[in-house]
Design a protein around this ligand. Structure first.
Ligand SMILES: Nc1nc2c(c(=O)[nH]1)N[C@H]1C(S)=C(S)[C@@H](COP(=O)(O)OP(=O)(O)OC[C@H]3O[C@@H](n4cnc5c(=O)[nH]c(N)nc54)[C@H](O)[C@@H]3O)O[C@H]1N2
Ligand SMILES: Nc1nc2c(c(=O)[nH]1)N[C@H]1C(S)=C(S)[C@@H](COP(=O)(O)OP(=O)(O)OC[C@H]3O[C@@H](n4cnc5c(=O)[nH]c(N)nc54)[C@H](O)[C@@H]3O)O[C@H]1N2
Ligand SMILES: [Mo]
Length: 753
């Protein structure tokens, strides 16, 4: 059992706007705690600027010219968290065994500070002990040489730069596998699969300037004020122009309702708020296909479709239209939880708009039918020709700051997405063509023992994935665990049966000094713009290595020398790595180093946004969903749809604190949000503690207990609780079809008292 933090829970509904003074107070709380006020404040002014650093929080676009302060509350927290003055030193590890640390909360582990030395696990004392880098590389290399390549996984969390990510995938392929799962396997893989089949590109088609002219935004399942707060500036401007913003979300998320710009002194002084949504629809979790079917039905019935676009640019409209017509309103209302009138109001607004954008996040992708959700949203856009013109298009909001970029430079388990021929040509080897393991398959391999070694470029894999218990058990049987990280987390505390290494690296905000001088790295944002990022802060410890240096150290320890690859030279000068990226991916990165001079970054291009369709038929595809229910399970007595949420005080498994301010949940994360009628129907009272148990057919007992029932405005039959606390409830098999994204937004559970 890990400790909890519920000494003073407080559930007072929050009635302020997003942003505003609350945002300033939240920062005033966290920045001093990290004991580095002066430096954090100075660094914030360099955040998301062309000659500064790219924020380590979300992947939202960075406008040019930037705002004087181009950061948000949560970006500022992420900066303070990374450049904290707290340290986890060898002395810390002398004082605590791993058994003891496993009892600490996620918050306390990371709050302990930045890792300072390479460490090796010593089973006799159950502690991490210092080991020199050379020893670490040598020992890791020896293990890897002895293992069959197929049994080794190279995971990447989406923060590592394009340069490091390129080296990471090259190392795996030279070794002989493409077991390259990344965090997008838990995130927007439904987008990559859905958009690729529908419109021929795996990424969104919109740019920041589309917000300047759009008439309408359809906004599905994305919590903007918490997870991409800088987008509130664009949304507010859209609203001020009088355009529609139509939101579909089971929860009334404050940032989608109203916003006060904390960087605008007049708004702050007068308390002026801008509303955001013009319509807000509390769809049932997993009810979005039904909503979209309803909208499509209205568009067809009212002939509000773009016949010319459909004829010229799309394929298979007829079977789609037939399906829409055959679907009845009864079913749509039942599956969406919304009334026909409400859906028609949304459809009429969309049908009136000359241009529209579709913005979405995990509320669509993390479902069993997550890929169908994405395809259905494309169908809606295609019906009105809303792809490939200004003010229109698809805008999936990516998570980690370089998660999209990692895929661009070859972190993928799929051969068809890997630059096989180019790699062969340039480095003189035959890259593996057998599909590698994605996140779900890697978990399966850890559980069944076929995965023997796990190397992690950042992240907190064991905590972020489903089926926590079995994954942790399997982890402890592996031959090798290597974690490249900045801060301590739970994945570092599960020692493998063989060797366990914890390798501390520089963060992106820190100065990265190599043989040829200070180095820049690059990242790709949510709208496919590539930005340089230059760290300047003094590193947390003189013993840290940069991520490229660590990858090169590992690679050279076990791979035979290759005359075409000079790992040491690459580490000495990252522009050489960018030359390699440009050579292997010329269509996106030609003249890479030169183009980094472009202010505001450079756009890597997107065929679909030029109405060039790289699909099977050569046109944009209407693809028909086979069901309106995205959850993958049916309703049953006592069964709830659990949606797992992020609070405003966390970045994934990094917990900054216990204040989910917009939702009025403070002092604890051990809660389950339920509506009043469901609380009564279940015979519960608010404030009572309950246990949730998975209601799955495999009869495996999965439970999470000690959750306080909080009355909250959620649709009937839907309950919400926090990620990662509830991950033990998600069966590994409960994932999106095709994309394998764990279906974290509708898990079948029952309440056990
Ligand atoms: N500060 C901060 N920023 C972050 C992160 C963070 O943890 N903290 N994480 C980063 C990462 S990796 C990612 S992927 C993104 C995640 O950002 P989001 O995509 O916003 O992800 P979530 O917070 O998980 O929740 C998504 C929203 O979907 C809604 N929702 C749940 N189920 C459904 C449904 O069935 N239908 C609809 N329409 N809505 C639904 C929820 O109520 C919630 O508002 O943010 C990134 N940015
Ligand atoms: N139930 C449920 N589960 C989910 C989700 C959900 O909504 N619900 N969301 C999913 C999503 S969208 C995602 S993206 C995953 C997130 O999964 P991950 O990306 O694996 O997890 P993070 O929590 O982002 O990883 C945090 C750790 O990264 C390390 N780190 C931070 N900065 C750096 C750096 O610069 N370099 C290196 N090497 N390490 C660094 C730190 O040690 C920190 O502890 O979780 C998924 N899991
Ligand atoms: Mo994510």
């Amino acid at each position: 059992m890990t400790e909890q933090h519920d000494d003073r829970p407080d559930f007072t509904p929050y009635d302020g706007p997003s942003g505003g003074w609350g945002s300033v107070r939240s920062l005033a709380d966290i920045i001093p705690r990290e004991k580095n006020v002066a430096q954090t404040t100075a660094e914030l002014l360099r955040q998301n600027k062309h000659d500064g650093f790219a924020c380590v929080s979300c992947a939202w676009s960075k406008p040019y010219p930037p705002h004087p302060a181009e950061f948000c509350e949560n970006g500022a927290k992420a900066t303070a968290w990374e450049i904290t003055s707290q340290r986890v030193t060898p002395d810390f590890f002398r004082q605590h065994t791993l058994t003891e640390l496993r009892g600490w909360s996620d918050y306390r582990l990371e709050e302990a500070g930045r890792l300072t030395h390479p460490m090796k696990y010593d089973a006799t004392s159950d502690k991490y002990v210092v080991a020199p880098w050379e020893e670490a590389f040598k020992a890791i290399g020896a293990r890897l040489k002895a293992l069959p390549p197929k049994s080794v996984v190279f995971y990447a969390s989406g923060r590592a730069s394009l340069e490091t990510s390129f080296m990471w995938q090259l190392m795996a392929r030279l070794y002989g596998n493409q077991n390259l799962p990344d965090s997008s396997n838990m995130c927007h893989e439904s987008t990559s699969v859905g958009l690729k089949t529908s419109i021929g590109v795996p990424v969104g088609t919109t740019k920041l300037e589309d917000f300047d002219t759009t008439d309408c935004i359809l906004h599905f399942g994305q919590n903007v004020a918490t997870n991409s707060p800088r987008m509130l500036h664009q949304l507010r401007d859209v609203h001020k122009r009088g355009a529609d913003i139509i939101v579909f979300n089971p929860l009334k998320e404050r940032g989608l309702e109203r916003f006060t710009d904390p960087q605008n002194p007049i708004e702050m002084a007068t308390g002026k708020e801008t509303p955001i949504a013009t319509q807000y629809h509390q769809v049932k979790a997993g009810g979005d296909i039904a909503v979209m079917m309803g909208i499509a039905k209205w568009l067809l019935a009212n002939d509000a479709i773009d016949h010319d676009f459909i004829a010229e640019h799309t394929h298979d409209f007829a079977p789609f239209a037939a399906k829409v017509q055959a679907t009845g309103w009864d079913e749509i209302e039942r599956e969406s939880g919304l009334t026909r009138a409400a859906i028609e109001r949304a459809a009429a607004a969309y049908g009136r708009a000359k241009t529209a954008m579709a913005i979405y996040g995990m509320g669509l992708t993390q479902h069993v039918k997550g890929v169908d959700n994405v395809r259905m949203l494309v169908n809606l856009m295609l019906m009105r020709g809303n792809i490939g013109k200004p003010g229109a298009g698809l805008c999936p909001v990516r998570g980690h700051s370089n998660v999209q970029g990692q895929r661009t430079v070859g972190i993928t388990e799929k051969t068809e997405l890997a630059p096989v021929e180019k790699l062969k040509e340039r480095y003189g080897f035959s890259p593996p063509n057998e599909k590698g393991l994605d996140t779900v398959e890697a978990c399966r391999g850890i559980i069944d023992g076929t995965v023997k070694a796990f190397l992690s470029l950042g992240g907190n894999f064991a905590r972020a994935v489903p089926e926590t218990e079995l994954v942790e058990d399997g982890w402890a049987r592996m031959d090798l665990s290597v974690q490249i990280a900045t801060k301590l987390n739970r994945s570092h505390l599960i020692p493998a049966a063989g060797d366990t290494w914890l390798l501390p690296c520089l963060g992106r905000i820190e100065r990265d000094l190599q043989a040829t001088g200070p180095q820049r790295v690059t990242v790709e944002d949510s709208t496919s713009v590539i930005h340089p990022s230059l760290g300047k802060v003094e590193p947390a410890s003189p013993h840290l290595l940069s991520e490229p240096a660590i990858v090169a150290g590992i690679a050279q320890s076990f791979l035979p020398p290759n005359p075409a690859i000079d790992w040491d030279a690459w580490v000495g000068d990252y522009s050489l790595i960018r030359d390699e990226i440009a050579a292997v991916f010329p269509h996106f990165f030609a003249r890479f180093n030169e183009r980094l001079q472009e202010k505001g970054g450079f756009w890597k291009g997107n065929k679909a946004s030029g109405r060039e369709w790289d699909t099977e038929s050569g046109k944009a595809e209407f693809l028909v969903p086979d069901t309106l229910n995205a959850t993958g399970f049916t309703e049953a007595e006592g069964r709830f749809r659990l949606l797992t949420l992020r609070s405003n005080d966390q970045f994934n498994t990094t917990i900054y604190g216990y204040s989910d301010r917009f939702r009025g949940i403070n002092g604890t994360r051990q809660v389950v949000l339920m509506n009043r009628a469901d609380i009564a129907r279940a015979g519960l009272t608010a404030g009572q503690k309950v246990t949730l148990a998975t209601d799955a057919e495999d009869n495996h007992d999965r439970r999470v207990g000690d959750l306080i029932v909080v009355e909250y405005d959620v649709p009937d039959g839907c309950i919400a609780a926090y990620y990662p606390e509830c991950n033990p409830l998600i069966p590994l098999s409960h994932h999106a079809e095709e994309s394998h994204v764990p279906a974290a937004k509708s898990v079948p559970v029952k309440i056990v008292i």
